[in-house]
Design a protein around this ligand. Structure first.
Ligand SMILES: *Cc1c(COP(=O)(O)O)cnc(C)c1O
Length: 350
């Protein structure tokens, strides 16, 4: 007899990108962290840490943080749910809304692998709808799949493309279930689907502080939706899912939009340069709205390149799965890091 439910025995656990020990001398371009430090205002909160914050339980609703989000994004504070990273909110969403074959999880492929993992542990049936070559949203097939939740990452990982607002609107109008728009990379993109939460009760937009705000280690994410949609999620989330320090540090980072935007601008300029440099080496590179690019090497030897780079102290992401196993996903680093990467690729391609 197994210790575990059949669904747990049957599933594969999520495999996060490698996280080398702090202090390891490595150029880390594998999990889309921001190469710049977090806002100085956020760091100041940590320097002035008050022991009372730790003695007492944190605010279950992280209201200080919600107030900062409300101000920054112009959404009412009671339209916000906060999570221990947006992965936590994704988890709560699947627990609350998906189950078996009647309440399916649907998403276009390729996309963020965690959606599949969360569905598998519920368990809920999954329908994976392939994106066409040009990455237009396969709306008819997504609607036909009739998900309790339809996940759309926009900008999508690993492709980097953004889904046009009109396509998301059409999808939201046509499905009965929830459309969850995962905007983890929105800070590097030209547009956002946030206005749709005002138009549709079944739309939830997820955001994170991990990428745009350089706070992946803090674990802060949130989602915006109609209070009617949030009501069920609040029943499921851990009471104290956001710690007291993260609430205050996150709020300070959220209030410093100018700093975040300045870092994002630098990343976007570096992304354009990295794209050109990779193309000059013969790579095929998709235009990206995220802080990473998906690049196909000239000779299709992606795994070899991944290993060669690793040997030289540069980590990029290699996905050993159909459709992606000839590609590398490369996070945009500082110009200096990107240049080191390009030089390493030049020598590996010789
Ligand atoms: C990074 C990422 C997340 C996770 O963000 P956290 O807030 O760090 O949990 C969610 N969705 C996508 C598509 C991501 O790339």
């Amino acid at each position: 007899m197994s210790y575990f439910r059949p669904a747990i025995d049957a599933m594969t656990g999520y495999v996060p990108g490698e996280q080398p020990k702090p202090g390891t001398k490595i150029i880390k371009l594998n999990t889309n962290e921001n190469p710049y430090p977090p806002s100085p205002d956020a760091l100041n909160i940590l320097r002035n840490l008050d022991s009372e914050w730790l003695r007492r339980y944190p605010d279950p609703f992280a209201r200080e943080f919600c107030a900062a989000v409300s101000e920054a994004l112009g959404v009412p504070a009671d339209w916000i749910i906060v999570g221990n990273g947006s992965d936590d909110v994704l988890n709560v969403l699947v627990r609350a809304c998906a189950e078996g074959g009647d309440r399916k999880v649907v998403y276009p492929m390729p996309t963020y692998v965690l959606y599949r993992t969360l569905a598998a542990m519920q368990p809920a049936e999954v329908v994976e709808v392939p994106y066409p070559q040009d990455f237009t949203l396969p709306i008819d097939d997504l609607v036909a799949a009739n998900g309790a939740i339809t996940f759309i990452a926009s900008p999508n990982s690993p492709s980097g493309h953004s889904v046009p607002l009109d396509d998301l609107r059409t999808l939201a109008r046509r499905v009965a279930g929830i459309v969850a728009i995962d905007e983890a990379y929105v800070d590097f993109a030209e547009s956002s689907a946030l206005p749709l939460v005002q138009e549709f009760e079944n739309v939830i937009v997820l955001r994170t502080l991990s990428k745009g705000y350089s706070l992946a280690g803090l674990r802060m994410g949130f989602a915006v939706a109609h209070p009617k949609l949030l009501a069920g999620l609040f029943k499921v989330k851990d009471s104290y899912n956001i710690d007291a320090i993260a609430t205050l540090v996150g709020a300070a980072a959220m209030r410093d939009q100018a700093y975040k935007n300045a870092c994002a601008e630098k990343v976007k300029i570096s992304r354009a340069k990295l794209t050109v440099d990779l193309k000059n080496l013969g790579f095929t590179v998709l235009d990206s709205q995220g802080n990473f690019v998906l690049a196909t090497p000239p000779e299709g030897n992606a795994e070899q390149l991944y290993l060669g780079l690793k040997e030289r102290g540069i980590l990029v992401r290699y996905f050993k799965q159909p459709g992606l196993d000839n590609k590398l996903r490369i996070s945009v680093g500082t110009d200096e890091q990107n240049q080191t990467l390009i030089e390493a690729l030049v020598s590996l391609l010789k």
